[in-house]
Design a protein around this ligand. Sequence first.
Ligand SMILES: C[S@@+](CC[C@H](N)C(=O)[O-])C[C@H]1O[C@@H](n2cnc3c(N)ncnc32)[C@H](O)[C@@H]1O
Length: 217
Amino acid sequence: MRDKYKYIGPVYDFLSNLYSGKNIHRCKTAMLDVETVKPGDRILFAGVGHGRDAIRAAELGADVTVVDLSETMLRKFGDAQKAEAPHLTIRRIHNDIMNVDDFGHYDMVVANFFLNVFDEDMMVKVLEHLIRLGTPEARIVVGDFCYPTGNIVARMFKKLYWYMAVFIFWLLANNAFHKIYNYPEHMKRLGLDVTEKKHFKLLNMNCYWSILGQKRA
Ligand SMILES: C[S@@+](CC[C@H](N)C(=O)[O-])C[C@H]1O[C@@H](n2cnc3c(N)ncnc32)[C@H](O)[C@@H]1O
């Protein structure tokens, strides 16, 4: 299995903090608090990366499973867990998310800055798969770059900001090069109720959002 994050993986969280002034981290943990995560909730993190969001969920008492295709990213996750929460048990799966088949199992599925690695057709297939992994009333969380809205200057800034990031990841990790996706529209089209959106700003512009979707039983 080729590790596309072999080179950028070790510095991924450092770069993301540099790029966003910690707003990416805030976005990734926005839907993980005592209101949304109950002890014993089964939560899956798809494409977990360094996974401080997954550690937060486990600290709140959730039964956490993380999946990543990259050995480097999973190693970084292991390092973070060892340093920050060695007492917690978190199940790690080193595989393609499309091979994870415990359907109907998870109370919450989290896709933070994960769906943007795929081209749009594949992204829809992956999102559909994540929804199937959830229980009939599961919540699906998507954190990512915000769909560009506002006046022409704001939209241009947001697009430029996105294209700089996607270019770096296209170059170094061979991710798909594409426009910013409108995740809430895709989530609704796939049958989810979008119950909450939280925005995160950079230079006073909404650049990231965390979207909470709910499956209809
Ligand atoms: C852009 S990073 C985001 C990491 C993390 N969720 C975060 O927010 O920092 C995308 C992650 O998805 C993983 N990934 C990409 N394709 C995958 C797949 N098909 N199955 C599982 N993980 C995958 C990559 O290895 C990488 O760790």
